[in-house]
Design a protein around this ligand. Structure first.
Ligand SMILES: [Fe+2]
Ligand SMILES: [Fe+2]
Length: 158
């Protein structure tokens, strides 16, 4: 698998995550609470795997090592956004679980969708940053063995 293919899969995962989240929201507005909750849990699982792979294989190569051009954003920027994303996903899961337990009212649904709008905004911003910065810069920096290991892990993702 070439470096472009590897980074292309990660880029493609951004699009798949967005589709999954949209399906979750479609279930919410259809009042299919159990399906909405399952899709949200799946979203959390897939996002967690995606973040783990980026942090393990890509972020070690995005700091200024003195050779070549310096990266647009350092690894701490991506890591901080990852923690924020994880926290926001956890918060919407807690909110949905609690609303289901009490019986979802229109007001609860509006509050949940507002919270999810914030999450979507942060996700979109983060994906754009990675696609402009991380993925583009690592095209030339990622060592062959790291790329091979990442490719193997990506092929294992269901
Ligand atoms: Fe990321
Ligand atoms: Fe990503």
């Amino acid at each position: 698998m070439s470096v472009s293919d590897t980074l292309c899969i990660l880029r493609h995962e951004h699009a798949s995550l967005d589709i999954l989240f949209r399906r979750h929201q479609e279930m919410l507005v259809s009042h299919a609470w159990a399906r909405a909750a399952r899709l949200l849990t799946r979203y959390q699982e897939r996002l967690t795997v995606h973040i783990r792979l980026e942090e393990k294989f890509l972020l070690p190569y995005c700091n200024n090592d003195g050779s070549g051009s310096s990266p647009r954003w350092g690894s701490h920027v991506y890591r901080t956004e990852h923690r924020k994303l994880e926290e926001l996903v956890r918060a919407v899961i807690v909110r949905l679980t609690s609303a289901r337990r009490r019986g979802v009212t229109p007001a609860m649904l509006i509050d949940l969708l507002d919270k999810e709008r914030t999450l979507k905004h942060v996700v979109q911003h983060h994906h754009e940053r990675e696609e402009k910065g991380l993925f583009t810069e690592l095209h030339e920096r990622l060592p062959l063995e790291t790329r091979m290991e990442l490719s193997k892990e990506l092929l294992r993702v269901p």
